[in-house]
Design a protein around this ligand. Structure first.
Ligand code: ATP
Length: 564
């Protein structure tokens, strides 16, 4: 039996959250967090990993597929049961307080007057219960989750309830992101930032990084590497400022067709194949033929390869939207497999019997060519040409050919660059024929009128600011067909946190790719900018809220537009 008395109390974590919330300065937040990690390292080292993740409001490392699966409705029900009020009263309180955490604190405050707490909650108890909730699946799972949540919240003080509820919804709102936590780990255990950064890139687990930093220092962190079975964030591309300049800067370049589908990272470990999206979601069951192709094409050593899956009909790529139908699908997979056939274009290898990501791209490509047996129309390698500044016409030819064949454009890659997970840099550039778009998250909306009064018809969109917060940028009401509007209507209902008249606030979750004619300065939105003629191009279920566009990008497009 663990010694409950000596375990760290959840109240300590609550104090951390409150102190971090009390300042907007990033350096102060970092220092507070660094002190806290140090203290945990001294007093409760075996729980350092868990507590580090909780300091960000997370239960599982980013690579993990586990999730709590609790929506705001279920959480409101748990609160109403514990506090002894109706769900409507909980909703009213959320409207008044602005978020579910503050509302819980308020409601629990009222309850406190009539209850006496017997034992303080420990961090372990909170963590164990949340893990238990994630483990529940199958019949009556919502009821079982509700029961555990209810038990947990019944032992919570008002302050604790505020943060437990926010953690459950993955909305901690204390202005701390992965960047601040990485800085804090580096400060707390005296490790150079780049070492922490790299260990994080390769493991996607800041809990583990903190633990190894404390126990084994730089040497231990440098030994951490990627492992088949645990997805890493993909290396991302910047827009090429012009193909000739880009090729000249690289010396020579490997140019490839840019396919417009879905990025996948395919892991093979002990013969088992798992396919992850850019958001590190495991989509293997939805695309069984991809695993079949991979088994035929690559010998079953442990490996990680990367590529783009597209949908083709009679050899031609067809709309990106089809691929989402495949990837999201849980049933009828065999039928869809025939109706919407997939082609995989592989373009990188990150691991083959050992990590290969530090080798230059040209060597990784050679390796890929050696280990992959092409299956025409099913599994191929990305079309690639080597282009020097003198032969830059070849890049233009491949770009034109790509567009003609219905693909998206050209990738321009530095042959000497290692693979850098999660980074968007100059070593991999993209050149697309279509104009700029922005990926933005929906934070609110307005119901329609008349026949459409039951549907949100206009969505309020936000981008990410320098401090990892969200700032509104525009409303968008065009570009969505009726079917998508209906679907969005259903999803939106579970995300609404507040209703005033026809307007609603929503938990940021739905991501839209939006085209526009111009970016203008505007005091109407928190970002200080606005979009003219915004149109939704598609709903992006393949990226996460961490990947949406930033203030920096909008400011830079604004500047460029002014120049043109
Ligand atoms: P976009 O909307 O332009 O695809 P994004 O934000 O999804 O942008 P970026 O990293 O900016 O992703 O663009 C590169 C993307 O292009 C990759 O993530 C990958 O999905 C896709 N892609 C298509 N063909 C290739 C290729 N040959 N090599 C690398 N990436 C490719």
């Amino acid at each position: 039996m663990p010694d409950i008395e000596s375990e760290m109390k959840y109240q300590k974590l609550v104090e951390l959250y409150e102190t971090m919330d009390s300042t907007t300065k990033r350096l102060e937040k970092t220092a507070i967090l660094a002190d806290f990690l140090n203290m945990v390292g001294d007093q409760d080292p075996k729980n350092l990993a868990v507590i580090t993740l909780l300091s960000l409001g997370r239960i599982f490392p980013t690579w993990s597929e586990e999730e709590l699966g609790i929506g705001s409705k279920l959480l409101m029900k748990a609160i109403s049961l514990v506090v002894g009020v109706t769900i409507e009263e909980v909703e009213d309180q959320i409207r008044d307080s602005g978020d579910i955490g503050s509302a819980s604190q308020e409601l629990f405050q009222r309850k406190v007057q009539s209850t006496l707490f017997t034992r303080a909650l420990t961090i372990n108890k909170v963590h164990e219960n949340l893990v238990k909730i994630a483990d529940i699946s199958g019949g009556r799972s919502q009821n079982k989750k509700l029961e555990i949540l209810r038990e947990l919240l019944s032992s919570a003080s008002p302050h604790e309830a505020k943060y437990i509820t926010r953690t459950v919804l993955e909305q901690l709102r204390v202005g701390v992101g992965e960047g601040t936590l990485k800085d804090a780990i580096s400060q707390a255990f005296d490790i150079p930032k780049e070492v922490v950064e790299r260990a994080h890139m390769l493991t996607n687990d800041l809990g583990l990084v903190a633990e190894v930093a404390r126990e084994q220092g730089i040497v231990g962190l440098k030994k951490l590497t990627l492992k088949p079975g645990k997805p890493v964030k993909p290396m991302l591309a910047q827009l090429s400022p012009g193909y000739k300049d880009s090729i000249r800067e690289m010396g020579y370049a490997l140019c490839e067709t840019k396919y417009d589908g879905i990025r996948v990272q395919i892991h093979c470990k002990d013969d088992e194949i798992n396919i992850f999206t850019r958001r590190l979601e495991n989509i293997s069951p939805a695309v069984p033929e991809i695993a079949d192709y991979i088994k035929k094409a690559i010998k079953p050593f442990d490996f990680i390869v990367e590529g783009e899956i597209i949908v083709t009909k009679e050899g031609k790529p067809i709309s990106f939207q089809y691929i989402l139908q495949r990837v999201r699908r849980k049933y009828d997979i065999e039928r869809l497999r025939k109706e919407i056939p997939l082609t995989l274009y592989l373009f990188d290898v990150l691991y083959y019997k050992k990590p290969t990501l530090d080798e230059p791209l040209k060597d990784r490509r050679n390796l890929l060519e050696q280990i992959v047996q092409i299956l025409p129309g099913k599994l191929e390698l990305s079309k690639q040409v080597k282009v020097t500044p003198e032969t830059s016409q070849k890049a233009l030819d491949l770009f034109n050919q790509s567009i003609e064949e219905g693909h998206e454009g050209l990738m321009i890659k530095d042959p000497n660059a290692p693979y850098t997970p999660g980074l968007r840099g100059k070593k991999m550039l993209k050149w697309k024929a279509t104009p700029e778009t922005l990926d933005l998250v929906v934070v609110g909306g307005t119901y329609g009128i008349g026949k459409r009064a039951h549907l949100i018809g206009s969505f309020l969109l936000a981008l990410r600011d320098e401090n990892n917060g969200l700032k509104t940028l525009a409303h968008v009401a065009t570009g969505l067909d009726d079917k998508t509007l209906l679907e969005l209507g259903e999803i939106s209902e579970s995300l609404i946190t507040r209703k005033v008249g026809r307007k609603v606030d929503m938990i940021p979750s739905i991501i839209m790719e939006v085209a526009f004619s111009e970016i203008v300065k505007s005091p109407e939105y928190e970002s200080g900018y606005s979009l003219r003629f915004p149109v939704v191009k598609r709903i992006r279920k393949d990226i996460s809220i961490d990947d949406i566009d930033t203030m920096d990008r909008v400011a830079s497009i604004y500047q460029n537009m002014k120049i043109i």
